[in-house]
Ligand binder design. Structure first.
Ligand code: 5GP
Length: 207
């Protein structure tokens, strides 16, 4: 029986280092994982490319995607829409890849409600001061945007307990290894393996 991929959501405060983590995880296990590319109405940052970091779309285009039911989930974050296109995620899971959605909390909780076997991981820097350093150090955002992201982090911290696991991103390699182990362990959960369980039950009855 072909093993289907699982769905893992990675959230965390803006500036927690999720992007770097994802890159390192995909580099270490290129055949295992597929990273979903979201659609957003936020303008591209320097160095970002359409179809690589995001599909950058207009509000009208985004609302068209909502109406067509083309998104698994979507949310509004600091004044912009962000959403996960459905087709890529289901194709990759069918092909046996573990699909990672790097999305914010409202979207994560919607995905978990729709697909209860989803693994929810929350990434945080070791301290609030470190978060602020990383956000300012990025140098791509205005003071106003940094402040709104920090304010949003205060709200997001309220929902951390809804996640299955917490990953403290202090040392990159350790964090990547922990993330890989947690996602692979999810394959062995009884809920996720229900088809396999059904198969062995039938085989046992036939003995
Ligand atoms: P950024 O603007 O820094 O790239 O992303 C802002 C926030 O939007 C991050 O927390 C990121 O995880 C989240 N995000 C990115 N794509 C999606 C998506 O498709 N859906 C949801 N709900 N959030 C997303």
């Amino acid at each position: 029986m072909k093993k289907k991929g699982i769905l893992a959501v990675v959230s965390g405060f803006s500036g927690a280092g999720k992007g770097t983590l994802m890159k390192a995880l995909l580099q270490a296990h290129p055949d295992q994982y597929a990273l979903s590319i979201s659609a957003t109405t936020r303008p591209p940052r320097a160095g970002e490319e359409h179809g690589r970091e995001y599909f950058f779309v207009t509000r009208d285009e985004f609302e068209g995607m909502i109406q067509k039911g083309a998104l698994i989930e979507y949310a509004s974050y600091v004044g912009n829409y962000y959403g996960t296109p459905k087709d890529y995620v289901s194709e990759q899971m069918e092909a046996g890849k573990d699909v990672i959605l790097e999305i914010e909390i409202q979207g994560a909780l919607k995905v978990k409600e729709r697909f209860p076997d989803t693994l929810l991981l929350f990434v945080t820097p070791p301290s609030a001061a470190e978060l602020e350093n990383r956000l300012r150090g990025r140098g791509t955002e205005s003071d106003e945007v940094v402040r709104s992201r920090l304010k949003r982090a205060v709200e997001e911290a309220e929902s951390m307990e809804s996640y299955d696991y917490l990953l403290i991103n202090d040392e990159l390699d350790t964090c990547v290894r922990e993330m890989h182990e947690l996602i692979q362990a999810q394959h062995l959960r009884t809920g996720v393996s229900s088809e396999w369980i059904e198969k062995i039950k039938q085989e046992l009855r036939r003995l």
